[in-house]
Ligand binder design. Structure first.
Ligand SMILES: Nc1ncnc2c1ncn2[C@@H]1O[C@H](COP(=O)(O)OP(=O)(O)OP(=O)(O)O)[C@@H](O)[C@H]1O
Length: 296
């Protein structure tokens, strides 16, 4: 019985074809991943890994945009594969909202920013009059430290990346979701604003009881806001647990390398890591022992 889980991934695997049109070979982008978020208490659950480790594929499967080849993903007790009709899909999307990496791509430069929020208020909250839509949008904006008065009539190029990402979060809040899946939400945001955006997730967890799946390659922000983490390498979860335990005392060679690559203990070690990266192309390839990625 799994109804006490908000989100439950059970041995999830995703395969992608490799080697051209006639090849039958497939690689495991996500390989036998299991974890669960309880419905009892909201949390920030972070998926950490370098580029290509399968984080975004996992996010797409949780959002129902990619289907798992093996295993199951259940949200609020329902298999996301069973969410097929338009009506079920809308209901699912109201509960599980995405925030994407690039806020500049999320908004058409020719459309006024407030129009997105008003359209979302209409679609998910059934708001009809402009005043009603604006009131809903304003409440969501207040949660991210903005207001309708500040953004009304403005276009995306008139706002900073940080402001746009806050507006993207506000839009995600309008349907009153239970879960936000944020895929690298601060990597395109100015470094000086990153912490304020990730802090926002913490505030939302506490104020609105929303759980966050936070996907990042950045251990610093992961350490700062996560309740629990999983560390992924080449599709596989190599380590998981309480965020402080895992990030302060990583056990797997890859987690240790990832931590050292972000926070080099001393300059000599940092240079060694850089040399290793240069020699191998990627830090990933410097650590073997997790098997290959070909599907069998
Ligand atoms: N649609 C696709 N078709 C084929 N291969 C894919 C597809 N999407 C992802 N992959 C491959 O699956 C692997 C995992 O990719 P994914 O984007 O999930 O990783 P990631 O950890 O999110 O990395 P990044 O941060 O660079 O996006 C990569 O080797 C990628 O090339």
């Amino acid at each position: 019985m799994s109804s006490h889980f908000l989100l439950e991934l059970d041995h999830v695997t995703k395969l992608f074809p490799i080697g051209g049109f006639f090849s039958r070979e497939k690689m495991k982008a996500v390989d036998d991943v299991s974890f669960a978020l309880t419905a009892d208490k909201p949390e920030i659950f972070t998926i950490v890994g370098e580029s290509g480790s399968g984080k975004s594929t996992l996010a797409k499967m949780i959002l129902g945009n990619e289907k798992a080849d093996r295993g199951s993903i259940r949200f609020d007790g329902t298999d996301v594969k069973a969410v097929r009709s338009r009506r079920d899909r809308e209901a699912f999307m109201a509960k599980v909202q995405p925030v994407f990496q690039n806020p500049f791509e999320a908004f058409n430069p020719l459309t006024r920013i407030d129009e997105y929020l008003l359209a979302t208020a209409h679609r998910f909250k059934g708001a009809k009059s402009r005043a009603e839509k604006e009131a809903i949008a304003d409440v969501a904006l207040q949660h991210v430290g903005l207001s309708m008065a500040e953004i009304k009539g403005r276009f995306s190029h008139e706002l900073s990346g940080g402001q746009l990402q806050r507006i993207a979060v506000a839009r995600a809040l309008i349907p009153e979701p239970k879960l936000i899946v944020a895929d690298e939400p601060v990597s395109m945001v100015d470094a000086s604003l990153r912490m304020s955006i990730v802090n926002l997730f913490r505030d939302l967890r506490d104020a609105l009881n929303v759980s966050i799946v936070y996907i990042t390659h950045d251990l610093a922000t992961a350490y700062y806001i996560s309740d629990r983490v999983v560390i992924m390498r080449r599709g596989v979860v190599v380590e998981s647990g309480d965020a402080r335990d895992v990030l302060e005392h990583p056990k797997h060679a890859y987690s240790i390398a990832l931590k050292n690559a972000v926070l080099p203990p001393n300059p000599r070690e940092a240079s060694a890591i850089i040399r290793l990266r240069q020699r191998n192309g990627k830090a990933n390839e410097a650590y073997s022992g997790d098997g290959d990625r070909l599907a069998r």
